[in-house]
Ligand binder design. Structure first.
Ligand SMILES: [Zn+2]
Length: 698
């Protein structure tokens, strides 16, 4: 593998958003989303589902103080072992809520076993905000929350309020289903971010302590559990912890999790047998998800060793988190087999299993990837977190080998699959992001019980809102990557970025009209002797990019979808134009749901049509892709957007006849089909929406 090609994001704080679209979104996170999410996880928002996240930390802190370390035992290795009969067999209750939500018991755990992660993601989002704009009040608040988190630690560094409050003896007994390693992963991501942003090691201490506790229990050594996380994220978190601390054992633990997953004897099988939850009557390698109670190993991507995997299967968020960790380790360890697996999985997703919006997960059964080309629009799962995870994976693939296809998919996620998860006011959220919505069906049809036609104030399982907040507040981490000799501009975001070429400092200023105008202006200042390569992505959707013809002191080449300058770039001023025309898309013919349908794309934005503009019964609308599309500046609420108007028709209901009639050509009337950016839908009313629209007969 070529070291010269591998890149890293810039350090936090070396990118300043200056204005435009992402500055506004990041400001929304800072101004509205962070305070709002703090209020929700502390159960202070009237009318929102209660979280009990902070409640659990407070209860756990009291419990740890009261109980002390004496009662702690270790399920394997490294210390006193619980007698088998002291660890009750079988699983715990997965979801716990108080009978009276207004009066929870102060010492009881509520929510899901992964409730702690909402707090960690909130801290992580705060870290990115703090890095870009240090605010002492915010720092004080975060440190006070970290102090609470620290006080919920067990004496040996273990930190998971679910087990502390339910039965600490059961920790590490159900890695498959009970998320303690997932909680560890989010704790570690937040800890690394807060350390990088503020220099404070307060949360990093918690992450290191928990990591050390895990190492005492899990690993290849005899007497330890040969276990892996049921919900991946620890892999990429440990890669980050290693890169922040340079402590090799953290690298090795993440590597162990990757190498151990899917090997025989399958750890999850051994664990199920031990817990008496193993069901031998069910084929454990089944992919179909129709087996009822038993979840196949593919749900957790544990059906075969990860380096051998080629098809993206199972729970979509788990999958893309795993692939992100694989890409991290492929880069750090220069592991070609792992990199090849990442590439195969990438191609499988992007060519066969991804919605046009970037959504992942064709089925709600297991919140999972469906079979190839199965991409139903109305029952789509397309969880916001899966799009966030795909953005993680895309950036890591860019880091491994620059190719504009990775940044193209990342862009698709940024502007569509991820942003649709949040309302324009920053206070309402989607978990599932369908492409075809009929509110009556979503309310009435059990098969669509996962689909909502309007965003919620909060969610019982609230993984998505804080995930989205940490992504948006760290958007600079997705715009640029570099190494000693090269600097890549993957996304056009108005910002200033400090970076080095050959150890010499440069500052790049980008003024970008994205996502509504493709005009981009770039200036480079700094050390005139700085020498190397600067590469600018040519977006895949742009058919006729207008690129600089010359750049003084630099040679120009085109490579892997990037416009590259090589030489001494200080003092350069460059203009790019990536004209954004509205274009119709069609899907591969194997996508049965989309046959005969078109979608509209303009620049990086996918468009949709909504009842608010077109009235009810959107299924009667047809669109003519042979006719020109009008673009005009407009608004969705206060959001400045470019609106599209396509030409088409509406089928008129036949007044005569019953449910079925002798065929006659449908009566139609001409219609102008108004389209808005997909990310802005469901902000004006609870209403119908469609991305794919049947083609009109011309
Ligand atoms: Zn989620």
């Amino acid at each position: 593998m070529d070291d010269q090609m591998m890149t890293r994001p810039l350090p936090l704080g070396s990118i300043r958003l200056t204005d435009g679209f992402w500055k506004e979104k990041a400001d929304l996170v800072r101004r509205e989303v962070i305070p709002y999410q703090w209020a929700t996880i502390s159960d202070q928002v009237e009318g929102a589902v209660k979280s009990y996240c902070i409640h659990n930390f407070r209860a756990a802190a009291r419990q740890v103080k009261k109980r002390g370390p004496a009662e702690l035992c270790q399920s394997s290795g490294g210390g006193k072992r619980c007698p088998e009969d002291e660890v009750p067999a079988g699983q715990q209750v997965f979801e716990r809520w108080p009978e009276d939500p207004a009066h929870p018991d102060r010492d009881t755990f509520y929510g899901f076993p992964f409730q702690d992660t909402d707090c960690y993601k909130w801290i992580e989002a705060c870290a990115y905000c703090y890095a870009s704009s240090p605010d002492e009040k915010l720092k004080e608040h975060v440190e006070s929350v970290i102090s609470l988190v620290s006080s919920a630690r067990e004496a040996d560094g273990y930190l998971d309020t679910f087990y502390t409050l339910t039965d600490i003896r059961k920790r590490f007994t159900d890695l498959r289903s009970f998320h303690e390693l997932y909680c560890f992963g989010h704790l570690t991501e937040a800890a690394a971010a807060w350390y990088e942003a503020s220099g404070s090691e307060s949360l990093l201490d918690c992450a290191r302590g928990f990591a050390d506790c895990i190492i005492a229990h899990i690993g290849p050594e005899e007497g330890r559990l040969h276990g892996v996380p049921g919900h991946e994220i620890a892999e990429m978190a440990l890669a980050r912890l290693y890169e922040v601390t340079n402590v090799k054992k953290y690298h090795d633990l993440g590597r162990y999790f990757l190498d151990q997953r899917g090997t025989e004897p399958n750890f999850f099988r051994l664990e199920s047998e031990r817990n008496h939850t193993f069901n031998s009557s069910v084929r454990v390698d089944s992919l179909d998800g129709k087996t009822g109670e038993f979840i196949p190993y593919s749900y957790q991507q544990a059906h075969m060793p990860v380096a051998q995997q080629s098809e993206a299967v199972g729970h979509a968020v788990r999958a893309v988190y795993l692939y992100s960790g694989m890409a991290d380790y492929a880069r750090m360890d220069k592991d070609k087999a792992l990199k090849d697996a990442c590439r195969r999985l990438w191609e499988n997703i992007t060519r066969r299993k991804m919605y046009v919006t970037g959504g992942l997960g064709g089925t709600h059964i297991g919140e999972a990837f469906s079979f190839e080309y199965d991409l139903p629009n109305d029952t789509a799962y397309a969880e916001t977190c899966a799009s966030v995870g795909m953005a993680f994976f895309a950036r890591r693939m860019s880091q491994l080998e620059p190719d504009s296809e990775y940044a193209d998919v990342l862009e698709r996620e940024m502007y569509n699959g991820i942003l649709s998860g949040i309302s324009l006011d920053g206070k309402h959220f989607f978990y599932v992001n369908p492409l075809d919505v009929w509110p009556l069906a979503d309310r009435s049809d059990q098969r669509k019980s996962h689909v909502f036609s309007s965003r919620r104030k909060w969610l019982g399982c609230a993984c998505c809102p804080p995930n989205l907040a940490r992504f948006v507040s760290s958007i600079g981490q997705y715009a640029y990557t570099g190494n000693e000799e090269s600097f890549y501009v993957h996304q056009y975001i108005s910002s200033e970025a400090d970076f080095c070429l050959g150890g010499k400092k440069l500052v790049m200023k980008v003024e970008s009209g994205f996502p509504y105008s493709g005009k981009v202006r770039v200036t480079l200042d700094g050390d005139p002797s700085a020498e190397g390569k600067i590469a600018f992505r040519i977006p895949g959707w742009c058919r006729q990019p207008v690129l600089p013809l010359k750049a003084d002191g630099c040679s120009i080449t085109l490579s892997h979808g990037y416009f590259e300058l090589t030489g001494r770039p200080a003092g350069l001023s460059l203009s790019f134009d990536f004209p954004m025309e509205a274009v119709f898309l069609k899907a591969d013919e194997r996508v049965r749901e989309d046959i005969g349908m078109v979608a509209l794309l303009r620049g990086p934005l996918v468009y949709c049509t909504e009842e608010a503009d077109m009235g009810p019964d959107l299924h009667l609308i047809r669109i003519d892709p042979g006719k020109p599309v009008r673009c005009e500046e407009g608004k969705v609420l206060d959001e400045k957007v470019v609106l599209l108007e396509a030409q088409g028709s509406r089928i008129l209901p036949d007044e005569d006849g019953g449910l079925y009639r002798i065929y006659s050509k449908p009566k139609i009337r001409k219609a102008t089909v108004r389209m808005i950016p997909y990310y802005t839908w469901a902000n004006r009313m609870d209403n119908e929406m469609k991305v794919w629209i049947p083609e009109a007969e011309s």
